[in-house]
Ligand binder design. Structure first.
Ligand SMILES: [Zn+2]
Length: 195
């Protein structure tokens, strides 16, 4: 059981049209998790926790990234918009994947409107705990959670296992990603354990 307060940041990763069913890189459970994500964020608002949303925000040409993945989340296209069911009011938005030479998987590579990087923003708000949810478990969510527990950051890092969605290109990818995160010190919880 965890109790949210001002030391928490909720980081909602890439809940965009292209990552939801029907999108360029639609993930099976992408839409299903939105209700839970909204619930957690509503609770976070009530408790004074910081709410951050990241978005994949690519230029039209991505050197390597668009060789690995179908073209997705191109700046200004409907696919790059947050899913309409996601309640985004009060979110601080961080955009990532804007460098055509990089992949931009990790939320920690994101920048807000003031061009501030995520870590700086979290530090500025005295954040000690981060709770991740969103898409896709084994890519951007994992990259963020691993960065959050990495040397020099040491946030207490939580992952809500019922508010994430995986690509699962190979069977078991999600399971392996969860284990890797857990081994690195990420704490796995369910939304019903959040107060
Ligand atoms: Zn991308």
């Amino acid at each position: 059981m965890i109790e949210l307060d001002r030391s928490f940041a909720i980081v909602t990763v890439d809940v965009q049209n292209d990552f939801c069913p029907g999108g360029a890189l639609g993930v099976a459970n992408g839409r299903k998790i939105i209700t839970k994500i909204n619930e957690v964020n509503a609770l976070a608002e009530e408790k004074g926790a910081l709410r951050v949303a990241t978005r994949d925000w690519h230029p039209q040409i991505m050197e390597e990234h668009f060789k690995i993945w179908p073209v997705h989340c191109v700046q200004g296209t409907p696919g790059a918009e947050f899913h309409p069911e996601l309640m985004t009011e009060g979110f601080e938005i961080f955009s990532k994947g804007m460098d055509p030479k990089e992949h931009g998987y990790s939320p920690f590579e994101g920048r807000n409107e003031q061009r501030q990087i995520l870590n700086e923003y979290l530090q500025q708000h005295g954040i000690e705990n981060i709770l991740f949810l969103g898409i896709a478990t084994e890519h951007c969510v994992k990259a963020g959670a691993m960065d959050a527990v990495a040397e020099g950051r040491r946030y207490q890092t939580f992952l809500t296992t019922d508010a994430i969605a995986a690509v699962n290109a190979t069977a078991g990818d999600e399971k392996r990603a969860l284990k890797d995160m857990q081994d690195a010190g990420v704490i796995l919880i369910e939304t019903r354990e959040i107060r």
